[in-house]
Design a protein around this ligand. Structure first.
Ligand code: SF4
Length: 492
């Protein structure tokens, strides 16, 4: 009763607040048209909309606002804001906060990867190893009830705070919360990846009144290709045979059979080879997988179990993807320069797989600053050239743009030397010294960047008052985030 009561009264208050909600700022040029097209797309259910809009127009607000309005009009019940990167999830959270400050009564949760939420050094979700797993189900109901009554923007930090207080698993907690909130902000994975997607919303036979906003949608093409492709490596079969043969003769023989068949493919492969069919090999993999499944169930502890488990999951993914093979796939083998040999099911066009998920909801809006040519993205994201597309112009006044060309410098490879770097550094110095502000410098390579970074402090006229941050190559997500954080802190 108490949960039903919550849903009922929350829904009424939410819809009332949405009716009164106004766009929080004066519209920028093009922003109103964008918002109107998003609303129209949601109104006409089962439609995808593609939006190409330059940076600076306020895409997040122009899509979130009409999406929220649509929910108020009964055109959807749950909003999924899908992103490729953590940093854009932050922008979405801020946008909902802005609307909540204007009176919106609408709760959101941000889903974060298990590894990033887990209290243990490495997830080991077993009640004997993890105190948060032990008794989790006894406490999680109270925790969810508490959090949905007290919080509206449920971010990673909020989840961690409550999970600690109630001693429950933070990852499972955030998944459970998603049932009770109006909006879910998450990575593409949670909707599209066949291994990770949220079964409660997207498994077979389940549909809902979902609205999808896909941020930076150009990223979805390569990400989806990865999600729906699978590969296996010949060398893994040999390695796993070494581990398992002494324990299980039969699995040893089956691994041997697969390895021999892969060896035959390897002999016929010079670099790359496209294959039409691998039915014979799949039969061998299926037999192996069946035996391994029994073995893994019976043997919960042995040396190198983690390695075997990874291999087992690779096989499972390989077989699952095999079931999806159609004209959108290519099967190929590849011999790597280091001698390793791979068999891959490559999803060239993921639109069919993506649409299978998106059709579980009402409508989808794909938006990005780099969605051109839009016909390419239509082909690969929805498979339908007839879909609607909207192009927004840049809101910035071109007359306020100053373009200057330094004709005495060049970034051509042959001219990369100390004296050239000094000249470039002097240009940067002159510009940043002329007026206090924030400047961004883009350079042609990390090597070039390093050279400039080294000499810049000595070339800058008033070095003391200038702080310089440089991006490093191979930054991991956490390093990238703290690098970007420097700017938001300074901006305040
Ligand atoms: S149950 Fe949750 S907290 Fe415990 S190990 Fe697994 S992910 Fe980590």
């Amino acid at each position: 009763m108490k949960w039903a009561r919550y849903l009922y009264s929350h829904g009424i208050r939410r819809d009332e607040s949405i009716r009164e909600l106004e766009f929080p700022y004066p519209y920028r040029q093009g922003q109103r048209e964008l918002a109107v097209s998003v609303f129209a797309a949601f109104k006409e259910k089962k439609r995808n909309l593609f939006i190409q809009a330059p940076t600076g127009i306020g895409k997040t607000l122009s899509t979130v606002f009409p999406a929220v309005k649509s929910i108020g009009e009964g055109l959807g019940d749950k909003l999924f804001y899908l992103t490729a990167k953590t940093i854009t999830r932050g922008v979405a959270e801020e946008t909902f906060d802005i609307l909540r400050e204007k009176g919106l009564y609408f709760s959101t949760v941000t889903l974060t990867a298990k590894e990033k939420l887990c209290f243990l050094e490495k997830p080991d979700c077993n009640p004997d190893s993890c105190p948060y797993a032990k008794g989790h189900f006894d406490r999680v109901g109270d925790c969810v009830y508490d959090i949905i009554h007290n919080e509206f923007g449920i971010t990673r930090d909020v989840i961690l705070e409550y999970a600690k207080e109630f001693r429950v698993c933070p990852f499972e907690l955030c998944l459970d919360i998603s049932n009770w909130v109006d909006g879910v902000i998450c990575d593409y994975n949670y909707v599209f990846d066949p291994d990770v997607r949220l079964k409660r919303y997207f498994s077979e036979g389940i549909t809902g009144e979902y609205l999808f906003l896909v941020d930076e949608a150009h990223n979805l093409v390569p990400r989806a290709r990865e999600m729906y492709s699978a590969a296996i490596w010949k060398e893994d079969f040999l390695l796993i045979k070494k581990i398992l043969k002494p324990m299980n003769e039969k699995i040893g023989r089956l691994l041997d059979r697969c390895n021999k068949e892969l060896l035959e493919m390897k002999r016929q492969c010079e670099g790359y080879r496209i294959l039409e069919d691998v039915r014979f090999f799949i039969t061998s993999v299926m037999s192996l997988f069946g035996e391994m499944e029994l073995f893994m169930e019976k043997n919960s502890e042995f040396g190198d179990r983690d390695l075997v488990l990874d291999f087992f999951f690779d096989l499972r993914k390989f077989l699952n993807i095999y079931d999806r093979l159609d004209e959108n796939y290519r099967i190929y083998t590849e011999l790597m320069s280091d001698g390793r040999f791979m068999l891959r099911f490559f999803c060239v066009n993921p639109s069919k797989n993506l649409q299978e998920c998106l059709k579980k909801g009402n409508s989808t809006v794909f938006f990005s600053a780099t969605l051109l040519p839009v016909s390419y993205y239509k082909e690969l994201l929805s498979g339908d050239q007839e879909e609607y597309a909207v192009y927004a112009h840049s809101p910035f006044d071109q007359d306020k743009r100053l373009l200057m060309v330094g004709t005495d410098v060049s970034s051509r490879y042959t001219r990369r030397n100390k004296s050239e770097y000094r000249k470039v550094a002097d240009y940067i110095s002159k510009i940043v010294s002329a007026r206090k502000g924030n400047y961004m410098v883009f350079l042609p390579s990390y090597q070039y960047l390093k050279e400039i970074e080294t000499i810049l402090p000595e070339r800058i006229c008033d070095g003391d008052s200038v702080t310089c941050y440089a991006q490093a190559s191979h930054m991991n997500e956490q390093e990238r985030e703290s690098f970007l954080m420097e700017f938001s802190q300074r901006a305040g």
